[in-house]
Ligand binder design. Structure first.
Ligand code: GDP
Ligand code: MG
Length: 220
């Protein structure tokens, strides 16, 4: 392996759904109960390995306090490889607004019919749910996107959900060599190569559990 892929992903969803918390959990494994509206551009990066062994440097873009769907600038949606749509299972309105998010996302990416999209039902640790798994799953099926449930607070389901969407990016674009402006192929060279190869792989345990063998064959 002498190259990796830089992959741009965006997070969408109503304010308070847990997008910023999800990023912090995924990238630094931290969580806070404090709610700070995201200001400015929030961007995080993390290197992961897809099930097929491709090294992907994920650039995860947070919506930076512009969550009211009509106000999101087109530039934010441009050049993406996949989208994560987050809602709060304890807040019905965040679920009802998914329709608008999906519409907006698809309108602004008309050329990418197969754009991988995953809906994430967050805060499953809270008892008083307002949206059932069945309803959300049905909605996702109707719109031909994936659905996973997560709890950012309890760190449940996040790595699995991101691995699913990463594998979709791999299947839809990378393996078939289909050009996508949200994916850039980059060489692994010198010190950078060493760093990439020693990077912590968040899916390691998941893959081990799944197949009982290490599924990330990073070789130089
Ligand atoms: P954003 O506006 O979508 O970026 O939402 P934030 O990430 O800022 O989260 C909004 C609030 O929800 C914060 O107070 C978080 O602590 C809280 N929160 C996020 N994820 C969870 C979760 O899985 N469970 C619970 N109980 N609270 C969460
Ligand atoms: Mg935020």
């Amino acid at each position: 392996m002498n190259h990796h892929y830089v992959v741009k992903l965006i997070l969408l969803g109503d304010p308070g759904a847990g997008k910023t918390s999800l990023l912090h959990r995924f990238v630094d494994d931290t969580f806070t109960e404090k709610y700070d509206t995201t200001i400015g551009v929030d961007f995080q990066a993390k290197t992961v390995t897809s099930t097929s062994g491709n090294i992907l440097r994920l650039h995860l873009w947070d919506t930076a306090g512009q969550e009211h769907f009509r106000s999101i600038v087109t530039a934010y949606y441009r050049c993406i490889a996949a989208a994560l749509l987050v809602f709060d299972v304890t807040n019905r309105e965040t679920f009802d607004n998914l329709e608008h998010w999906l519409k907006d996302l698809r309108q602004k990416n008309e050329s990418l019919h197969d754009l991988p999209i995953i809906i994430l039902g967050n805060k499953t640790d809270v008892e008083k749910r307002k949206v059932s798994f069945e309803e959300a799953h049905e909605f996702a099926k109707k719109h031909n996107v994936r659905y996973s449930e997560i709890s950012v607070k309890n760190n449940i389901g996040i790595d699995e959900a991101i691995l699913r969407i990463i594998d979709d990016v791999d299947d839809v674009f990378i393996k078939k060599n289909i050009p996508c402006t949200g994916i850039k192929k980059r060489p692994l060279v010198g010190i950078e190569k060493k760093l990439e190869l020693t990077q912590y792989n968040p899916f390691e345990n998941y893959n081990k559990k799944k197949s009982n063998k290490l599924n990330c064959c990073i070789q130089s």
